[in-house]
Design a binder for this molecule. Sequence first.
Ligand SMILES: [Zn+2]
Length: 396
Amino acid sequence: MNTQIDKKQCLNDLIKFLSIEGITGEEKNIANAVEEDLVNSGIPREYIKYDNSNKKIPLPTQVGNLIVKLPGTIKSERIMFSCHLDTVPLCKGAVPIIKENKIIPKGNTALGGDNRTGVASLVSMLKTLYKNNIPHSPITVLFTVREESGLWGARKVEVKDLDKPVRCYNIDGGSTNEIVIGAVGCDRWEIEIFGKAEHAGLAPEKGISSSMIASLALADIQKNGWFGKIVKGEKSGTSNVGIFGGKNGGSSGQSPNTVTDYTYIKGESRSYDQNFVSEITDAFEQSFTKICDTFTNADGEKPNLKFSRHTDYYSFNLNFNEKVINNAKSKLSTLGLEPKLVKISGGFDANWLVKKDIPTITFGAGHNMCHTVGEYVEIDDYFNACNLSLLLAQDG
Ligand SMILES: [Zn+2]
């Protein structure tokens, strides 16, 4: 079994991909660079395709997911690898420089190690397989778009375009030995309260204050233990009110002498238990409904409430005896690394891939403090991810 990657080549690939701008929704240049790199290293162009997910994503997106499908050279089930191509907007204009055993951004930007470390490690893996003629399973590599702005590429990818992989290794994170086997699910919800404006000095009793109603409802939620960190018996989760204001990003109300007639609130609920995610959202809906039903002005008029909710991504908890976990554990041991199974309280492409019945674990390739100007890549962790991918490609 080949366990040796060409470190110099891997590092060059990473620096090259970190230097290509490609913030979320603008993945064309980085996708084309990956495609060219693969073709130049001998991978037939017909193995490389774009899907049409960008046509289905409700936000402007330059290209679809880039999907590479290699036939196997050994008889085995098809396995998949995935990573996202996009970076957060704070990476715009990033210039990577190597400083000792790290890569850091030269200027006042984030680096984009999230997730170019994933991209570079998978490109290196594919190139190494080809260059060294290493026997491998049938492999699909999915490079997703718009992960950072809502997991869109993974959400919209069609399983039929992936050729039925039986398991997937998603690369996105810091330490390579931390295997993510579960993650929370998340609801996002929006609340609109339509009150009634009146002169606050002349006839406040005839007004219906949307901001007061929102405050009462949120106080009710807080009092009943549904805000922030939530624990109800065995169940736990979190909730947040992220936006509280008026129309189009303005304030709720415009002047001190007018009763506010409109309030907009946007927030979220999370839990490892998908049913509990819904229960948290229910609690918000019920409190707002209750307050709106009981609040009246002097004329007996009531406010109107519009509560809309959707599941942003689903929670998952892989079974401990899933092959995808055991394979990763055993290859990590081969590399002398101690596997650690973890769950995370955020969503990433794996949430959608598991939802599509592809058991998926995630491991890191060395990016740290992502989404900040302090972002850096730990080069040794990146090499570990390159090596781990190469091992998994051979019989993962
Ligand atoms: Zn990421």
